[in-house]
Ligand binder design. Structure first.
Ligand SMILES: [Fe+2]
Ligand SMILES: [Fe+2]
Length: 192
């Protein structure tokens, strides 16, 4: 029987998974930027795309610091999230609604990355891979900042613009208490 794997093996495996996820995301972020109507949203995706290229190089440094070969392993998780984003982009939404949906898709990816890097930092620290932990923490901070920026854009007008377009004929409809509550909670869904 083969020897049981260690946390170090799981760590390297997770690094390879994340390396592949970042590579998939460079393509996805370019598509999100292209599909954005709001110029600030487009800019946010474009600048995170540049940041992501740096994150790929940083992961290469992490592999080197551990004397490991730089290698990716297909990340099914991010592939699924990207696939969902693609189907949203195929929908026929008005511009602001599409922007709100692109933010939702982008934030799913950022949260996936935050979970991955959070684990990687914790494992690197636990195993005293100090250099790796520092590098991974820098990326975790960037992912958190990117997520926060998207929340800010959603809350500074994009969600409201989309909501206003959805309920432009509110005056004509009698609004029941239940419908009103449902609207309020769905408008809050994009907040963090
Ligand atoms: Fe990333
Ligand atoms: Fe990211």
């Amino acid at each position: 029987m083969a020897e049981a794997g260690t946390l170090h093996d799981a760590f390297i495996d997770e690094l390879r998974d994340t390396y592949d996820a970042e590579k998939q995301l460079t393509k996805a972020l370019a598509k999100l930027a292209k599909a954005s109507s709001n110029p600030r949203l487009r800019q946010a995706f474009e600048s995170h795309l540049e940041e992501t290229k740096g994150q790929i190089e940083r992961l290469e440094q992490v592999f080197e610091s551990l004397d490991e070969k730089v290698r990716g392993k297909h990340c099914d998780g991010i592939a699924g999230i990207i696939e969902e984003g693609k189907s949203i982009m195929e929908e026929d939404f008005d511009e602001t609604t599409m922007d709100a949906c692109l933010i939702a898709a982008g934030q799913r990816a950022e949260h996936y990355e935050m979970a991955a890097y959070g684990t990687l930092v914790a494992w690197a620290q636990a195993m005293n891979h100090t250099d790796a932990a520092k590098l991974l923490q820098q990326t975790l901070d960037e992912e958190k900042a990117a997520d926060k920026k998207l929340s800010g854009l959603a809350e500074s007008g994009i969600n409201q613009g989309a909501a206003d377009a959805a309920h432009a004929d509110d005056d004509e409809e009698p609004v029941t208490a239940a419908a009103s509550t449902a609207r309020k909670s769905s408008a809050k869904a994009g907040r963090r």
